[in-house]
Design a protein. Structure first.
Length: 366
């Protein structure tokens, strides 16, 4: 359903890959590009885009659990203020970051109508209770978290002290012990801030996204670099880079306190958002030895593969097989003869490396 809605709204499939194997790899590993990239000439409401992107989430736990939830999300999206374009910066009306939504066009009306028909039709076929709603029952209020306050707390200033915490006993003698991490910031735990970050990306709010990133860096920085969240973190940082909060966010992600999560986010920016201002800043930080020293082995080999010409990767294949994760798997899969006939036709280590990583990632997912 998510792919159908994406195609209806943008007029294009989420991915350009034509060969079946490459297309499958895109669906498995790459987040769908924002509507603005695929259909810059179309004025599609952000709330509708957020619903579509959640339908296309890689992690099943992040998708809607039932067709009824899809319909509730649609109800809420249609009630939301009509905004589109790149992320809003929450500022005064005279701020250069403030953008005003254009008036709804006829094309938007037809897009919304099509969205309603497809989503409601699918829901009606799948869920009897939804069919009853479509026949006349009033729509139930959409379930959503409590509305956010107009100004989010500054994470570092409002971090709540955990009830119990112990310092790491194995810290090096010459390394000062860090204070225990808070369990909440502004009364919200890491799970709640992760949800807020995803909502901020969907609603294009740079202020909320920046606050969420800083809060997660306080509570659980590893969450920022996790497979479930890193794509959204990178999307948020791309637009935050164009706001005054950019320095604060990059400094936080590049600090020792962020651990391996910072390099993970920077790699995502370089690999998937190359050419953007955010990717250039991330590249500069990854070039610093003290930042790369905090990266995981899996990230380091992925970065080496990414920055090494395809014809020169043969010497990295054995290491990639031992240390690589999905990031290395994506790069190595693109080196197979069907996809890249000039690169690794005679690299005997390519197949074994791919199989090793594939088996390891499957075992980790079990």
């Amino acid at each position: 359903l998510g792919v159908i809605l994406y195609e209806m709204l943008t007029g294009k499939h989420p991915y350009d890959a034509k060969e079946q194997k490459a297309l499958f790899r895109c669906h498995a590993l790459e987040p769908p590009p924002p509507f603005a990239e695929r259909a810059p000439d179309r004025d599609i409401p952000e709330a509708i885009e957020a619903v579509t992107m959640r339908l296309l989430a890689k992690d099943p736990d992040e998708r809607y659990a039932t067709a009824a939830e899809v319909l509730d999300a649609l109800d809420e999206a249609l009630r939301a203020p009509a905004t589109s374009g790149s992320m809003r910066h929450e500022a005064d009306d005279d701020s250069p970051w403030t953008q005003h939504a254009p008036r709804p066009s006829k094309s938007r009306v037809w897009l919304l109508a099509a969205f309603v028909l497809v989503t409601a039709g699918a829901a009606a076929m799948l869920v009897p209770s939804v069919r009853e709603r479509l026949l006349g029952e009033p729509a139930a209020p959409a379930s959503s978290p409590p509305p956010a306050t107009t100004s989010l707390p500054t994470p570092s200033a409002t971090a709540d002290t955990p009830a119990t915490a112990t310092a790491t006993a194995s810290a090096a003698p010459d390394e000062p012990q860090r204070p225990p991490r808070p369990t909440t910031v502004g009364g919200l735990d890491a799970n709640a801030w992760a949800v807020k970050l995803q909502q901020a990306v969907g609603s294009k709010s740079t202020d909320a996204a920046a606050a969420s990133i800083q809060a997660l860096a306080d509570i659980d920085p590893d969450r920022l670099g996790s497979e479930a969240l890193v794509a959204n973190v990178a999307l948020a940082v791309v637009d935050i880079t164009l706001t005054p909060k950019a320095d604060t966010v990059f400094e936080r992600l590049g600090s020792p306190d962020a651990g391996a999560a910072g390099p993970d986010v920077f790699y995502r920016l370089v690999a998937f958002h190359g050419g953007s201002k955010a990717a250039r800043r991330a590249q500069d930080l990854l070039d610093k030895p003290e930042v790369m020293a905090r990266a995981s082995k899996a990230m380091r080999i992925a970065y080496l593969l990414h920055t090494t010409p395809c014809q020169q990767r043969a010497d990295l294949l054995e290491r990639a097989g031992e240390e690589g994760d999905r990031r290395a798997l994506l790069l190595l899969s693109n080196m197979t003869p069907r996809d890249c006939s000039s690169c690794c036709l005679h690299a005997p280590g390519l197949g074994p490396a791919i199989r090793k990583i594939d088996e390891r990632t499957k075992q980790a997912a079990r």
